[in-house]
Design a protein around this ligand. Structure first.
Ligand code: SDX
Length: 392
């Protein structure tokens, strides 16, 4: 019991785990990380401050933040031999396939030095993953376009470093508008953690067996890839492109309601939010800011706004409490910054890594933690007599 919210015994009886990291009230559209609202964090922090909050439980004091930034910065390089893993992929491999493979391969470099029963070594592994994901994500993009890999630099912020490794080239200095760096950083904050979603539950289940954290994060990336989960941001852009014009919106809304049609309105609906996803509200505001500052006129943004307006006036969506979620506007900003749609879920995985490792740490640190073992509702045959093949 606390002043803010009371526990619903019914809910906790169905809860998959105890956690103190992120709280969601789906009916009120509330998202708190360690008690701080996502709106406050997105407005006032940078991503590494939020990483410190998620991993260590508190917003850092100035010196703590400086020390944390240095720790992450000095882990951003990857082992030179890791580059060979990229060269085994076809150039047109989906970057999420590359991420699953390369992040899993980190186990081969750090598995032996990661005793998961040692809290310090768990935190070092967590720092390595948070620090190296931007480098690996940028390398996946560079490999797909045949450009040379860019090494991280220690004088740049987390988001700036990532943008330079992605869009910079060795032949010239990389320039980027501060507004774009801020938007990138804010997108990372909005995707950092989200309680026990499918990919986080995947990381927890894999980690509950004692598997090393690099392999667990690779499993989380695999789960996030699905279009019903993190793959939705890529699917939203593809959907808006397919709709093409406002006059086609009614046809697609009709398809979204048709139970015989597999089409769903991507970027709408949520397993938990039955109100506006607070992250979508922040992203919708950022969309305007970023596109204005970049001088980008994207007809897809107007189309998205019109689609949202019409859907939120439609009984089918209103009755089912289907509101825009975090994926509805994020893709439009990412496209404006210059990312291809194939990189959208990679960016989601990059940002969610801190949430995955924070949740993994919390689980491993629990002395009562046991291996996950979901049960089933058995719907098959009762025991029956065996029949040899010549008698079947
Ligand atoms: C993320 O869990 C998390 O926290 C995830 C996430 C995170 O940060 O980790 O928030 C990130 O995954 C966001 C969701 C991204 N996915 C999409 O945008 C894909 C489109 N959305 C749908 O696939 C769907 O809304 C889900 C998968 C997100 C939720 O599916 P549910 O749980 O089945 O939705 P529901 O139970 O609320 O559905 C109620 C009704 C159903 O119809 P009826 O049987 O009542 O007639 O609404 C319908 C659903 O068919 N419905 C939709 C719809 N989503 C639900 N109909 C049309 N379009 C949709 N998008």
């Amino acid at each position: 019991q606390s002043g803010y919210f009371t526990y619903d015994p019914g809910f906790t009886s169905t809860a998959s785990c105890d956690s103190a990291i992120t709280y969601i009230d789906g009916d009120k559209g509330v998202l708190l990380h360690r008690g701080y609202s996502i709106e406050d964090l997105a407005e006032n922090c940078d991503f590494l401050e939020v990483c410190h909050l998620l991993l260590r439980g508190e917003l850092p004091k100035a010196q703590e933040l400086e020390d944390f930034r240095n720790t992450i910065t000095y882990h951003t390089m990857v082992h030179e031999q890791l580059m060979n893993f990229f060269r085994g992929f076809r150039r047109d491999a989906h970057p999420m396939a590359v991420m699953v493979g390369v992040v899993g391969a980190l186990s081969a470099f750090y598995h032996d030095s990661t005793d998961i029963n040692d809290p310090e070594q768990r935190m070092i592994a967590s720092h390595r993953l948070v620090a190296k994901m931007p480098t690996i994500a940028a390398m996946a993009y560079k490999y797909s376009i045949g450009q040379p890999f860019m090494y991280p630099r220690n004088d740049l912020s987390y988001a700036h470093n990532f943008l330079r490794m992605t869009f910079g080239v060795p032949a010239e200095d990389y320039e980027v508008a501060p507004a774009v760096v801020r938007a990138m950083d804010r997108i990372f904050i909005l995707h950092a953690d989200h309680e026990q979603n499918a990919s986080t539950s995947t990381v927890r289940l894999a980690g509950s067996s004692g598997a090393n954290p690099f392999a667990c994060i690779s499993a989380g990336i695999s789960s996030l890839w699905g279009p019903a989960h993190g793959g939705a941001n890529e699917a939203v852009l593809n959907m808006l492109t397919e709709i093409g014009d406002k006059k086609n919106i009614p046809e697609f809304l009709a398809r979204a309601k048709d139970k015989d049609d597999p089409f769903r309105l991507m970027g709408f609906g949520h397993r938990v939010y039955k109100n506006y996803d607070p992250r979508a509200g922040v992203l919708k505001k950022s969309c305007d800011e970023v596109l204005d500052q970049l001088g980008v006129q994207d007809p897809l943004l107007e189309l998205a706004r019109e689609l949202e307006k019409i859907a939120l006036e439609d009984d089918y969506f209103v009755q089912r409490k289907l509101f825009p979620n975090v994926d509805f506007y994020s893709g439009i900003i990412l496209k404006a910054i210059g990312f291809p749609t194939s990189m959208f879920t990679v960016l989601f995985a990059l940002a969610r890594t801190v949430g995955w490792v924070a949740q993994w740490n919390e689980m491993i640190a629990d002395p009562h933690q046991k291996i996950g073992r979901p049960r089933q509702l058995f719907l098959g045959h009762d025991q029956r007599e065996f029949v040899p093949v010549d008698k079947r």
